[in-house]
Design a protein around this ligand. Structure first.
Ligand code: ADP
Ligand code: MG
Length: 252
């Protein structure tokens, strides 16, 4: 094994004529927190969607914990079998901007559903796992509530609990707080901070510059489908290139 939890090599993705991901390589080690920043439309969500196999790449390689999910052969991007992809899928979880909870399921059912159907664990075990997570995320009293009865911040914490219930090795976040009112952002960032302290490996697309700066081991600035600058928070914030400086100045 290469030692990398995630390895992306030369990822390319086009939609019709539009080259959205031009050539992105990215390795993430166990326990690393990597933030992805950059202007709207730069390809951040597409990068995450390709990395989590929600979209197929047109070129490049993808592997998790040394296991190949996609590779290049004769200039084409080839994916491993469905069974292999299904197994690799268990390595990661994804938290979306808009929570994506099932509206007609209670909080508990939202969390136990996938572990029972995907992992095949018993209801009892799934409920125990869910209750532990709810307690950890300060949501024990919301167990039987429905998503519409929760604030956006609580809904997002439930969707983090739902992702964690599958016990992923890597968690991806796509702008986890950008659908939230500013006063609800803090409670979600707190949960992510807590996960970082527990050494969860995470890739976080965010517009929260201060948060990215304090939490990340590495920050990636994306623009027009390429990585325009990459480094530690100190490197990026203390010696930004012209594009990064302009972006940070605009959003902070
Ligand atoms: P970001 O998350 O950085 O805002 P996206 O990855 O969502 O950027 O989008 C990058 C570009 O790709 C945008 O121009 C967007 O319109 C385009 N795009 C994203 N998804 C699709 C799609 N399914 N079909 C066509 N174009 C898309
Ligand atoms: Mg996006």
């Amino acid at each position: 094994m290469s030692g990398n939890f995630l390895e992306i090599k030369n990822m390319k993705k086009t939609f019709g004529e539009l080259e959205v991901i031009k050539d992105i390589s990215l390795s993430v080690k166990e326990g690393e927190v990597v933030s992805v920043i950059g202007p709207s439309g730069s390809g951040k969500s597409t990068l995450l969607r390709c990395a989590t196999m929600l979209e197929k790449m047109d070129g490049g390689e993808l592997s998790y914990l040394g296991e190949r999910a996609a590779y290049e052969e004769n200039g084409k991007c080839v994916y491993v079998s469905k069974a292999d992809r299904k197994r690799i899928h268990k390595y990661f979880g994804l938290v979306f901007q808009n929570f994506n909870l099932f509206p007609h399921y209670s909080v508990l059912k939202n969390i136990i559903d996938a572990p029972m159907t995907v992992d095949g664990i018993s209801r009892k075990e799934a409920e125990e796992r869910a209750e532990k997570l709810l307690a950890q995320l300060g949501l024990s009293d919301k167990r039987d509530a429905y998503p519409y009865q929760l604030s956006g911040g609580q809904q997002q914490r439930v969707s983090i609990a739902r992702a964690l219930a599958l016990q992923p090795k890597i968690l991806f976040f796509d702008e986890p707080t950008s659908a939230l009112d500013p006063e609800l952002t803090g409670e979600v960032l707190k949960v992510i901070r807590q996960l970082a302290q527990e050494h969860m490996t995470m890739i976080i697309v965010t517009h929260e510059m201060q948060f990215a700066r304090e939490l990340s081991d590495r920050i990636i600035f994306m623009e027009q489908g390429v990585i325009c600058q990459e480094g530690t928070p100190e490197e990026l914030f203390n010696s930004p290139n012209a594009r990064v400086r302009e972006f940070i100045g605009r959003v902070m």
